[in-house]
Design a protein around this ligand. Structure first.
Ligand SMILES: *Cc1c(COP(=O)(O)O)cnc(C)c1O
Length: 447
């Protein structure tokens, strides 16, 4: 087997020198291939930078849940301890005199964050949590009128986004039941860019906002954001992205693509820990817009006069102007530890490995085709990140429990979807092999 076979997804029987050999026997041989891939992986050093959850016997679990909660970098503890020490040592003086002064802590991160989402540093900030940020940005950029107030989301949008959109409609006095438009899945599996654009065209006169998961959390589809953004803006619809499953996973160019605003959490692919501080993006062309409505707080006020406590709010330029409160330093320290790893690895190398690893995993699963499972993630690598979603209609829950009892950590979505996420920074090709070995064993034997 070679890397080009991964890309073409060729079945092993099509390449085998010995047509008699059973798939199962060939499959054992695959483990050596996985070992070779790991040995030559340019990112192989990064796995050791993370705590991998262990089995009862102390071996590494197969952790395929980085799209839900990324693993803890080894350095996180030290970064947080530094802040605890500075707080112990300095008390309030830490705001100005900590090794990384708390007053300006978010500014330490904006360069690294901007790199990950493809923005200018002034266009991003870290603050609050994801759903809070979506609301704050909708306050500014969802400007409904009686004839144009609908919000377009994808079917299977994460429930929080749906609740947020519906409650914004309601807060403006519109009917949330008719105000939320869903982009349908095209064939029960994928959305496709065409379906999204059709929905945009259909609602070109009555939609005010497209709020799209850049990577849909359910089937892992990575939308063609530049094309969709151009179509929506052409129709006079504001574009807001939820990048929860995209940030740190797929290459983004939020600035060049002219996206209006975006928000993301940092505990999934970005590995900043449960509930850690989220990020947001506001395109710099909105800096020119005077009088934009926004919910204000003192931390969004002009830095130069913030401590003069003036009565009149003067927002800082850029995304910083949306900050409300002084930043939570401990979660930001965790985020900084993780962003350092992203900077060292580079998104380009991360994406390269993501394509190979996800492709390899998909290839291994297809060595055991069965009517009992179906891949609902796009098969084209440009249209997905580090995630495969498997619909397992009859045996779903049973299969999931089988995996869990064999030290695989992945994710179950009612009623019948299993999501597996091989994260390139810490997952190995051998993880993919171990998962597929269990998978193939199950569908060969139990079903
Ligand atoms: C994970 C996720 C959320 C979670 O929101 P929080 O405010 O961080 O709890 C929201 N939306 C999407 C699309 C997600 O993937």
């Amino acid at each position: 087997m070679s890397i080009s076979d991964i890309d073409t997804g060729a079945h092993p029987s099509e390449r085998s020198p010995d047509p008699e050999a059973s798939v199962q026997q060939q499959f054992r041989g695959e483990r050596e291939f996985a070992a070779r891939m790991d040995a030559t992986d340019p990112l192989r050093g990064f796995r050791g930078q993370f705590h991998i959850p262990k089995t009862a016997e102390g071996k590494d679990t197969v952790y395929f849940c980085g799209n839900s909660l990324g693993l803890q970098p080894i350095m996180t503890r030290r970064f947080i301890e530094e802040e605890l020490d500075d707080w112990a040592r300095l008390g309030v003086r830490g705001h100005a005199h900590a090794r990384h002064p708390w007053m300006t802590y978010p500014e330490l991160l904006s360069g690294q964050v901007a790199e990950i989402v493809g923005a200018h540093p002034s266009e991003v900030t870290v603050m609050n949590t994801l759903t809070v940020n979506l609301h704050l940005l909708m306050v500014s950029f969802y400007r409904p009128t009686a004839s144009r107030h609908r919000i377009i989301l994808e079917q299977h949008a994460f429930p929080s986004d749906r609740y947020a959109a519906a409650s914004q409609l309601h807060a403006h006095g519109y009917d949330a039941r008719t105000g939320v438009i869903e982009i349908p899945m095209h064939d029960g599996r994928n959305f496709t860019t065409e379906t999204v654009i059709e929905t945009i065209h259909h609602h070109r006169d009555d939609a005010a906002l497209l709020l799209l998961g850049a990577v849909n959390y359910y089937n892992g589809e990575y939308f063609d954001i530049p094309e969709i953004t151009a179509a929506a803006r052409d129709a006079g619809i504001v574009v807001g992205l939820d990048c929860a499953h995209a940030a740190g996973n797929v290459p983004l160019q939020l600035h060049d693509w002219n996206v209006d605003f975006a928000a993301w959490c940092s505990y999934k692919y970005l590995n900043a820990g449960p509930g850690s501080t989220a990020g947001c993006f506001v395109h710099e062309r909105h800096d020119q817009q005077q009088g934009l409505p926004r919910f204000a707080g003192w931390w969004g006020h002009d830095k130069a006069t913030r401590f003069e406590m003036p009565e009149q709010f003067m927002p800082m330029p850029g995304a910083d102007g949306w900050q409300l409160s002084n930043p939570a330093i401990l979660p930001l320290a965790a985020l900084r530890a993780s962003l350092d790893l992203f900077e060292r690895a580079g998104m380009r190398a991360i994406r390269k490995k993501s394509e190979l690893l996800t492709g390899y995993l998909e290839f291994l699963l297809h060595t055991q085709p069965s009517p009992h499972w179906d891949l609902i993630t796009p098969k084209i690598k440009e249209r997905r990140g580090s995630q495969l979603s498997l619909r397992v209609p009859t045996y779903g829950r049973h299969f999931f429990d089988y995996l869990s009892s064999r030290d695989v950590i992945c994710d179950w979505r009612e009623p019948d979807v299993i999501r597996i996420a091989p994260a390139p920074l810490y997952n190995s090709f051998d993880d993919a092999w171990r998962f597929a070995d269990l998978f193939n064993g199950y569908f060969a034997a139990t079903v």
